[in-house]
Design a protein around this ligand. Structure first.
Ligand SMILES: Cc1cc2nc3c(=O)[nH]c(=O)nc-3n(C[C@H](O)[C@H](O)[C@H](O)COP(=O)(O)OP(=O)(O)OC[C@H]3O[C@@H](n4cnc5c(N)ncnc54)[C@H](O)[C@@H]3O)c2cc1C
Length: 198
């Protein structure tokens, strides 16, 4: 839910993202820094009227003395998927078209997409200018797809609040388990990281 509210005072300490972990109300609160805020509810697909949405914001913040203007609502699914191929003929995939990576576990997705575009752009320019053979374009997938997989594996190795919630454990500040209890990603991510980069 996107809303407008005068909550700047909570940014003074330097924090910009807040975890909401109340009975029956779990999610996150973050801001665009211009008076607009977003309240993310996890695992929730309920349609609500504006009064109910406003009430949820007030409850999340723990105050009733502020004006909340609901701007809009939307839904998104925490998913991860990576295209089997990044190109076919004259068509190249970049960004979320090539990979979707959940934002809540490291914020890799846009960054990975921007790197895709940078990688692809100079190669297309070189080939179109006749400075390089078209075979250069084959290196795009070879270089970028393993990076998407590396990010994917790192994201799902995070033992963050959502993962603990999925596992039925505590959702706030708990010590990380000893490394032996963490998922073994050494084979997948390390071997993918060793994949040849041209
Ligand atoms: C809640 C949330 C939080 C996120 N937080 C982070 C974060 O902290 N860090 C991070 O790195 N990433 C984050 N992401 C991911 C990031 O937003 C995406 O990875 C990024 O926006 C993808 O950019 P893109 O240009 O590849 O695709 P998009 O942003 O989806 O852009 C695709 C564009 O193509 C347009 N389009 C679609 N079909 C057509 C068509 N047929 N013709 C013309 N145009 C079309 C769409 O309207 C859209 O404008 C977050 C995502 C979400 C949902």
């Amino acid at each position: 839910m996107l809303f407008r509210a005068p909550l700047e005072q909570y940014l003074e300490t330097g924090f910009g993202q807040f975890v909401i972990d109340q009975p029956g109300l779990g999610g996150g609160l973050t801001t665009y820094g211009d008076g607009r805020w977003a309240l993310f509810l996890t695992g929730d697909d309920t349609e609500r009227d504006e009064d109910t949405l406003r009430e949820m914001v007030l409850r999340a913040i723990g105050r009733r003395d502020i004006d909340v203007e609901v701007i809009t609502t939307g839904r998104w699914e925490v998913t991860a998927s990576i295209a089997e191929r990044y190109s076919e003929g004259r068509v190249f995939l970049a960004g979320d078209a090539a990979h979707t990576l959940p934002p809540n576990r490291g914020g890799y997705s846009a960054n990975t997409g921007i790197e895709d575009a940078h990688n692809l752009a100079w190669k297309l320019a070189a080939v179109l200018a006749g400075d390089s053979a078209p075979a250069l374009l084959a290196t795009y997938e070879a270089e970028r797809r393993p990076i998407a997989w590396l990010c994917h594996d790192q994201i799902f190795a995070h033992n963050d609040g959502l993962r603990r919630r999925e596992q039925g454990g505590p959702t706030v500040a708990a010590p990380l388990p000893p490394s032996a209890a963490m998922p073994d990603i050494s084979e997948t991510s390390a071997s993918r990281a060793r994949a040849p980069l041209y």
